[in-house]
Design a protein around this ligand. Structure first.
Ligand code: AMP
Ligand code: ZN
Length: 138
């Protein structure tokens, strides 16, 4: 399924041109237009899934296998020093394009970014941790 006004549907289908570094039947991988580092790329499924909640399980498997292959290839080709794989879901989590995508971010010792992608660290009590654990355990 495609979504009519979705920019990533149009990029994935080729209707809007992009700097494509890889494509197959299921995915197009493009350079991010506003990159965090040299080589920052996005794995975009050709089908429209808004986020990880909509992504079918088999696609989730395929996207991770592709991310692994591309991480190795990009590290070799770009000679980067490390690699972040990031995937945002929902506005509150920083998602701005609501067509599932996975960020591949090569990292360089001197790329001007913080070492770690940033968040504040909470201090939770043992009770709070146990409560969360109880809610989440399957
Ligand atoms: P997210 O914030 O996780 O939804 O990521 C969306 C990403 O898409 C951002 O890093 C944008 O820079 C990138 N982006 C938005 N529009 C385009 C475009 N037309 N071509 C390439 N990358 C884009
Ligand atoms: Zn779409």
């Amino acid at each position: 399924m495609k979504e009519e006004n979705c920019i990533f549907c149009k990029i994935a289908s080729g209707e809007i041109p992009s700097k494509t570094i890889y494509e197959d039947n299921e995915f197009r991988v493009i350079l991010d237009i506003s990159p965090a580092s040299k080589g920052h790329a996005l794995i975009i499924p050709r089908e429209h899934y808004a986020d990880i909640y909509e992504l079918p399980e088999d696609m989730a498997g395929h996207v991770m296998v592709l991310a692994k292959k591309l991480a190795a290839h990009m590290t070799e080709a770009l000679n980067c020093d490390g690699f972040n794989i990031v995937q945002n879901n929902g506005e509150v989590a920083g998602q701005t394009v609501f067509h599932f995508h996975m960020h591949l971010i090569p990292r360089y010792r001197e790329d001007g970014n913080q070492d770690k992608l940033c968040w504040n660290h909470l201090e939770l009590s043992q009770e709070e941790l146990e409560d969360i654990c109880r809610k989440l355990r399957k």
